[in-house]
Write a protein that binds this ligand. Structure first.
Ligand code: NAD
Ligand code: IPM
Ligand code: MN
Length: 365
């Protein structure tokens, strides 16, 4: 019998395989230092397979992933040879939806003030978490075209907000805030315009926040939130929002941290350990086709993603050692060029892996 954590690795398209290779390298290094046992199984799902065999997510994939694995480490999907990105929707969005991974957890932590485009911002100023609803909203794929390809064409895309879906993600935001000692949760919507869908968010937020008297509940319209994230990011600790706004706001958050190459995300289904489903962990960035195959992509987003995965699997020490090594690489500029270094993807990954070492003095808690 093995108690090893089983990781399904889906490198995907473009820079996905390059950055995931470095993330796996970091995880192996952290496992070697901490004694954690991990098994990796790689799946070749992505544009090449789709173009070759017409297969996106193979039959039985969802059941196999949830029965045989503890987590999924995912690179990115998206390829210019598939203009409608059909395979991306059938792989990534299907995994998010069909595994019911209703929280998209996107931490925003500035590692070095040098990387922040805001004048005078410090590391303490960009230190918040965006909790993005991940299974409904405008991503539900409901809608259609009428009189397609005629001058009278009508296209609709429906914004699906269910009470259950809204409530569970807002509740998670408060639970997350409580667990991490955050003093407030900010909910962002456009209830002033989307009176039905986001009116529901407002009503549910009021009810759920009343159960958490120790945590300040605050609301901002999403457009104002975007502005405030740039002007005064330090005011935010936990932000909860819908699928679409969460997508946009987390690219903005990435910019505050030094760019898309820096940031991690986890698609999760929270709950107690027994009822918790498999999580899918992926960098926030995409397949960046112009960078693919050139050994220039920043692997830090993928490596921090791997650390988030380890934390989720209960391997907090391994996660911490990776984060420490990443921070050192940034401080010493042993990184790729997008954040001021001179190393390639592989060399930056090697540097980080070789700095995943036991930490002698544990002064905290
Ligand atoms: P992208 O994130 O792939 O790239 C945008 C730009 O960000 C790049 O051109 C590059 O300048 C920078 N960048 C991104 N990752 C980087 C890294 N690791 N290191 C250095 N710089 C990096 O977004 P896009 O160009 O809008 O999308 C490309 C494809 O990826 C599309 O098909 C899109 O649908 C897909 N996509 C997939 C995911 C995912 O699988 N999770 C996420 C976003 C986009
Ligand atoms: C992300 C991406 C995806 C999204 C795309 C690739 C479907 O942009 O993970 O942020 O919109 O959620
Ligand atoms: Mn996005």
């Amino acid at each position: 019998m093995s108690d090893a954590k089983r990781i399904a690795v889906i490198p995907g398209d473009g820079i996905g395989p390059e950055v995931i290779r470095e993330a796996v390298k970091a995880v192996r290094a952290a496992a070697a230092v901490t004694g954690a046992r991990l098994d990796f199984t790689e799946f070749d799902w992505g544009a090449d397979k789709y173009l070759r065999e017409g297969v996106t997510l193979p039959p039985g994939a969802l059941q196999m992933l949830s029965e045989d694995f503890d987590a999924i480490l995912f690179g990115a999907v998206g390829d210019p040879r598939v203009p409608d990105n059909r395979h991306a929707a059938e792989i990534l969005l299907a995994l998010r939806f069909k595994l019911d991974l209703y929280v998209n957890l996107r931490p925003a932590r500035l590692l070095d003030r040098r990387l922040c485009p805001l004048r005078d911002a410090t590391e303490a100023d960009v230190n918040f978490t965006v909790i993005r609803e991940n299974t409904e909203g405008l991503y539900a794929g409901m809608g259609g075209c009428f009189k397609k390809d005629t001058p009278d064409e009508i296209a609709t895309q429906e914004d699906i907000n269910t009470r259950k879906g809204v409530e569970r993600v807002i509740r998670y935001a408060f639970e997350y805030a409580a667990r991490h000692g955050a003093s407030g949760v900010c909910m962002a919507d456009k209830a002033n315009v989307l009176t039905y869908g986001h009116g529901l968010w407002q009503r549910v937020f009021k009810v759920v926040s009343a159960e958490y008297s120790g945590i300040a509940a605050r609301h901002l319209y999403a457009d104002t939130l975007a502005m405030e994230m740039v002007l005064r990011p330090a005011q935010f600790e936990v932000i909860v929002t819908c699928n679409m706004f969460g997508d946009l706001l987390t690219d903005l958050a990435a910019a505050l941290e030094g760019g898309l190459g820096m940031v991690a995300s986890g698609n999760i289904r929270p709950g107690s350990t027994t009822e918790r489903g498999i999580g899918l962990f992926e960098p926030v960035h995409g397949s960046a086709p112009p960078l693919a195959g050139k050994n220039v992509a920043n692997p830090i987003g993928a490596i921090r993603t791997a650390a988030l995965m380890l934390e989720h699997l209960g391997l907090a020490e391994a996660a911490r050692l990776i984060d420490v090594a990443v921070l050192a690489s940034v401080r010493e500029r042993c990184t790729t060029a997008d954040i001021g270094g001179t190393l390639g993807t592989k060399e930056a990954g090697d540097w980080i892996a070789s700095h995943i070492i036991p930490i002698r003095s544990h002064t905290s808690h």
